[in-house]
Design a protein around this ligand. Structure first.
Ligand SMILES: Nc1ncnc2c1ncn2[C@@H]1O[C@H](COP(=O)(O)OP(=O)(O)O)[C@@H](O)[C@H]1O
Ligand SMILES: C=C(OP(=O)(O)O)C(=O)O
Ligand SMILES: [Mn+2]
Length: 528
């Protein structure tokens, strides 16, 4: 890949206080001195983001130019903005950063596999965002830093507010990506997640061109080198379930799958902290220490102890920490081809089975469908679980048509004979409101059974509405939990709710007119 860097950003290189690749302690000192955040009793720094506490998908645009025009899947996810509008804002943001007394630069990589890594730089107005970038992306070794040539740049100026009438944005906040100029512009929002997810979108554009499948999934590897992937939209359990004392963590959110196997795109994790406890999630709890960043987590005024149950700032409280803060990790974050693939869904209707084994056709059907619920907080305006179909379990981050990623996944599942399971980490015993969230310990037990091959050849029953094969027994899980109908008191309500969901699946799948017939027919049995 060649650097196609246009002028404006280079103007920042002569800024007298462009503080480049500061160490973690130096950044922590800056954060405290600049009063951007507080020191928590855990050793992690804490920052608050004001109005924007989640991603802002309506404010995200891709520049339409001769490169992207015929390649990007334009629509409500990939909104277009023209080159002239982008360039004006690009120049303004650079000017704005130039006028700051100091700015922070991180130079590093996305992609643990050296064959596919993207050298990038992030230039931040805030020191705490720079620490976030340092912990989430891959930090270069000293020698690598000397030779480092950025091929993509993120400019983040959260206190720069756009004027939609003048600047052509949707609001004061904007996340703009130019694949031609290899620039991401972020303004108006302080939510740190935009920094990592915008580069994920970039990787979802670049990697498939090199025949590497990019995936919104977590990954870990067992003692025998057996790799597992956990796909899922936000809040479904990628981060929680991949942190497993018996398996080495590869990564919690973004991966590539190429000819050599799976590799992490990132160098750190970004965990949801709401109701976090040491008892239920010890790996994540203990990872929150010096070097970590707590985002919108409330601290006690005096003791500075985090209160993970406090939702006053947002439901979407977060901790960002480097992979090394987790005890059991794969170094480097690379492994072989996955033997097991788990699709996580947080089904708020409470009707999908907690675990089912998918045929290859069902796997493709459910990957394209990407059914789950948007959970409160991760996106602006979502305050309770909202049923959604998010193709490939990550449509907000996919610049290309979902069918491109799905075709690649299908080929890989065939080539490596990966087993695919659908796991509902959402509601049981009723829909959201009457039922409750699946117990984490049960989900962990089901996943362990799947990963250790304990579900091969076990007695199953076919779900009458969804056509999914449900194991009748899973060690550590009461039998009645496995069959959704058995967990509902009101059987008529169950049936009605399940049928409604089945119909939604069929409605949604109509858009995939090009899908192979056997895949299109692998959806729910109930057709309405
Ligand atoms: N059965 C369950 N499986 C997974 N997560 C659960 C379950 N029940 C509750 N949770 C909670 O749901 C959230 C899952 O979030 P997370 O793992 O960060 O999702 P993701 O990484 O996919 O965005 C965590 O706060 C976790 O404690
Ligand atoms: C950070 C995000 O994703 P996840 O919850 O999947 O980690 C996000 O969607 O903004
Ligand atoms: Mn996550």
């Amino acid at each position: 890949m060649k650097t196609v860097e246009k002028s404006y950003v280079t103007e920042l290189y002569s800024h007298p206080y462009l503080l480049s690749n500061l160490s973690v302690p130096q950044l922590v000192e800056k954060i405290l001195a600049r009063k951007e955040g507080k020191l928590s009793a855990t050793g992690a720094v804490q920052a608050e983001t004001g109005a924007y506490t989640g991603r802002s998908p309506k404010d995200k645009f891709i520049v339409k130019d001769e490169i992207s025009e015929n390649y990007v899947d334009w629509g409500t996810v990939n909104r277009s903005i023209d080159e002239a509008t982008f360039n004006k804002l690009y120049q303004k943001v650079v000017q704005y950063l130039k006028n700051k007394s100091e700015i922070f630069q991180f130079r590093g990589y996305a992609g643990a596999d050296h064959d596919y890594r993207l050298p990038l730089q992030v230039i931040n107005e805030y020191a705490w965002h720079n620490l976030f970038a340092r912990q989430l992306f891959i930090t270069p070794k000293e020698k690598e830093l000397k030779e480092h040539q950025p091929e993509f740049t993120v400019l983040s100026a959260p206190t720069f507010k756009a004027n939609p009438k003048v600047d052509g944005t949707n609001s004061e906040a904007f996340i703009l990506v130019s694949f031609k100029q290899r620039i991401v512009l972020i303004g108006g929002t302080e939510y740190a997640g935009e920094i990592k997810k915008s580069i994920f979108s970039v990787m979802n554009y670049l990697l498939p061109q090199r025949n590497v499948l990019s995936m919104h999934c977590s990954a870990n590897v067992g003692k025998e080198g057996d790799v597992a992937l956990f796909f899922g939209l936000s809040g479904t359990g990628k981060t929680t379930l991949s942190a497993d004392p018996y398996r080495r963590l590869i990564g919690d959110d973004e991966h590539g799958w190429g000819p050599n196997g799976v590799f992490n795109i990132e160098g750190g994790c970004y965990a949801k902290c709401i109701n976090l406890s040491q008892e239920k999630e010890p790996q994540i709890y203990d990872a929150i220490r010096f070097g970590a960043v707590l985002e919108n987590v409330v601290l006690d005024n005096q003791t500075r102890i985090p209160d993970y149950n406090d939702t006053i700032l947002t439901e979407n409280t977060r901790a960002a920490y480097p992979l090394e803060n987790i005890d059991n990790i794969a170094v480097p974050s690379i492994a072989g081809h996955p033997s097991t693939i788990i699709f996580l869904t947080a089904d708020a209707s409470g009707t999908l089975p907690p675990i089912s084994k998918l045929t290859k056709e069902q796997a493709m059907y459910h990957f394209l469908s990407g059914y789950t619920s948007k959970l409160a907080g991760t996106e602006r305006g979502v305050t309770e679980p909202q049923a959604t179909f998010s193709a490939c379990f990550g449509s907000p981050f996919l610049p290309l048509a979902p069918s491109k990623y799905a075709a690649m996944l299908g080929e890989k599942i065939d080539a490596y004979q990966s087993n695919v399971f659908l796991v509902n980490t959402g509601w049981t015993g009723g829909a959201y409101g009457t039922g409750k969230r699946m117990k984490l310990s049960y989900t962990r037990a089901m996943i362990h059974a799947a990963l250790e091959g304990e579900l091969h050849g076990v007695e199953t029953t076919k779900d009458k509405i969804f056509g999914l094969e449900i194991p009748m027994h899973v060690p550590g899980v009461p039998d009645e939990v496995l069959i959704p109908e058995n967990t509902w008191l009101d059987k008529a309500a169950y049936e009605q709710t399940a049928k409604q969901l089945a119909v939604k699946f069929h409605e949604n799948f109509k858009q995939f007119t090009e899908a192979r017939e056997d895949i299109a027919n692998a959806g729910p049995i109930y057709k309405g």
